[in-house]
Design a protein around this ligand. Structure first.
Ligand SMILES: Cc1cc2nc3c(=O)[nH]c(=O)nc-3n(C[C@H](O)[C@H](O)[C@H](O)COP(=O)(O)O)c2cc1C
Length: 188
C-alpha cells in the first residue's frame, strides 16, 4: 500500500505547561511522512488563514487533530478551525468534495483515567463517545474516520519515563495511519 502523507494539527493552548502532548508531538515530528503544525503558535489571535489551511489539507492523505481533552472536547481553537476551514462547497454540500477519502483521526490526552470513562464511571461515557461530533463531522465531509489514540490518566504519569511508552505507541499509531489501516486505538 502506498505511504500516506499524514498531517498532525497539534492544538495545545499552553504548550509551556504541557507534559504529555509535548512529548507526543515531539515524537510525531520525528516520523517520516508526517507534517506537524502547531495551531496555537501559528494562530495565537485565532485569525485562521482558511485558504492556507485548505491548501495544506489538500496535500495530505490523513488528518490528525492532536490535543488535550478540555471539557469533554477539544481546546477552542480546534472548533474555530473547523468552523472556518470546513467550508460549505469545499468540505461538504454541493461541490464540497475536497476531503473525500482522506483519513481523519484524533489523538487525545485526558486527565481522567479509563475507569471514569465508561458507563459505570463518573463520566458515564468513553472518550470515543464524547468525540462523536468530530466523527460525524468527518463523515459528513466524506472522510474515512479512524478510532482515536487516547492517553488516559495523564495526572498519574509522574515522570518522563512513564510518558515514554505512550510516545512510542503514538509513533506506531501514526505509522499505521501512514502505511496500514490505522485501526489500532486506545492505548494501555
Ligand atoms: C480547561 C481544562 C479542561 C479540562 N477538561 C478535561 C476533561 O473534560 N476531561 C479530562 O479527562 N481532563 C480534562 N482536563 C485535563 C487535561 O486533559 C490534561 O491536563 C491534559 O490532557 C494533559 O496533557 P498535557 O500534559 O499535554 O497538558 C482539562 C484541563 C484543562 C486545563
Amino acid at each position: 500500500m502506498p505511504s500516506r502523507r499524514v498531517l498532525v494539527l497539534h492544538a495545545h493552548p499552553a504548550p509551556h505547561k504541557s507534559r504529555v502532548n509535548r512529548r507526543l508531538v515531539a515524537e510525531a515530528e520525528g516520523v517520516d511522512g508526517v507534517t506537524v503544525r502547531h495551531l496555537y503558535e501559528i494562530y495565537p489571535d485565532f485569525l485562521i488563514d482558511v485558504r492556507e489551511e485548505q491548501r495544506i489539507l489538500e496535500s495530505h492523505d490523513a488528518i490528525v487533530f492532536q490535543h488535550p481533552f478540555y471539557w469533554y472536547s477539544a481546546p477552542s481553537l480546534v472548533k474555530e478551525w473547523m468552523d472556518l476551514v470546513l467550508e460549505h462547497g469545499w468540505a461538504y454540500g454541493s461541490g464540497g468534495t475536497a476531503l473525500h477519502g482522506r483519513i481523519f483521526a484524533q489523538a487525545v490526552t485526558c486527565g481522567g483515567g479509563r475507569d471514569v470513562y465508561c458507563s459505570e464511571g463518573r463520566n458515564r461515557h468513553s472518550v470515543r463517545d464524547f468525540l462523536l461530533p468530530f466523527e460525524q463531522s468527518a463523515l459528513l465531509c466524506g472522510m474515512d474516520w479512524r478510532p482515536p489514540f487516547v492517553v488516559h490518566g495523564t495526572g498519574d504519569l509522574k515522570s518522563a519515563g512513564e510518558i515514554e511508552p505512550f510516545a512510542l505507541d503514538y509513533r506506531t499509531w501514526l505509522e499505521s495511519l501512514r502505511d496500514g489501516d490505522g485501526r489500532s486505538q486506545e492505548t494501555r
